[in-house]
Design a protein around this ligand. Sequence first.
Ligand SMILES: *[C@@H]1O[C@H](CO)[C@@H](O)[C@H](O)[C@H]1NC(C)=O
Length: 385
Amino acid sequence: MKSVEISFLVICGIFVTSINAHLKDNNGYFKNRPRDCTDIDIKQKSGVYKIYPEGSADGFNVYCDMMTESVNGGWTVFQRRMNGKIDFYRDWKEYKEGFGSLRSEFWLGNDRLHMLTAQGKYELMITMEDFSNQNRYAKYDNVKVGNEKSKYLLTFGTYRGNAGNSLSGHHHDKKFSTKDQDNDVSSDNCATKYKGGWWYGACHGANLNGLYLSATQLHRESKGCSSKKMFKSHMSFLKTKCNSFWICNDRLHMLTAQGKYELMITMENFSNQNRYAKYDNVKVGNEKSKYLLTLGTYRGNAGNSLSGHHDKKFSTKDQDNDVASRNCATKYKGGWWYSDCHGADLNGLYLSGKHSSFADGINWHAWRGYHYSLKRSAVMIRRLN
Ligand SMILES: *[C@@H]1O[C@H](CO)[C@@H](O)[C@H](O)[C@H]1NC(C)=O
């Protein structure tokens, strides 16, 4: 089987650093008024520091990463996702000015990004983590973000890293788009389609099935991923935040109709314990059947919480196809093949561990019960013939 590691990558942090680094002047001016995190003494801890880029009289606070492996610190973090608390589906003005909280999730702001990268030669680093805590990075030299007039045009140079170069083809020399300003080169607004703000090129969602055919990931929840954004039809791998997604049910049907598929679910709790459950012979029916789920035999170490969902229809808040008297989708805040109602609900709310509410988290009953919402889960299929 071909490795499909690529489908599990999420981008969890984006950094810039100046490479004409540590050019502190003799008077210690930059020490007192650092232009960016690179001017901060390398021995300092990571944290929030005030910087004074050229053109910013009063300075502003940023989060400096002083110890990310292999990069020797001095990185100005301009985006971070870690707990799903901040909504990134925002408008032009909010991306311009920045939003969120520097100690958790945020976007630093496009004007600031422009101001920073206009000061000198900068490199860009993107760090990613896959679902088994493997880390990868991608670096690009010579990154610049233009001013608002240029629509924050992004340009960058050569790739280095171990994550693969996914940025050059689609995002170099691209303008920034948000839901209220479509500057991409696609006929749709990619920002609306993919629910973010970014230097979108053309959207490549149409290639998704091609990319993931041998073990398609249907869904993931991760630390830093909000399940409120569930029910999106699909997403491009290039979507740049720490995202959760749901591949659309029609595609799921289309895929599983092609042959014999197995289903694998991987999950992790907040002490990084991992479990999995596999089911052979998975099929999802067409819309007419209400995407009827059928499953074969269970194997795994997570416990069998899904067999109760065999031969069940899919329900959402606006379509009650379950066998309960009430709508399980409304009750347990997800979209799923609910029965009466569930043994596992991986599309429930991202409740981050123990929760007092009943069964409305990302629950896998056989492992952690109805009052524990998993840190991560991923659902994937693999063709067997
Ligand atoms: C994670 O799962 C293991 C094994 O079931 C359990 O011992 C541990 O307490 C769990 N950790 C958390 C934080 O729930």
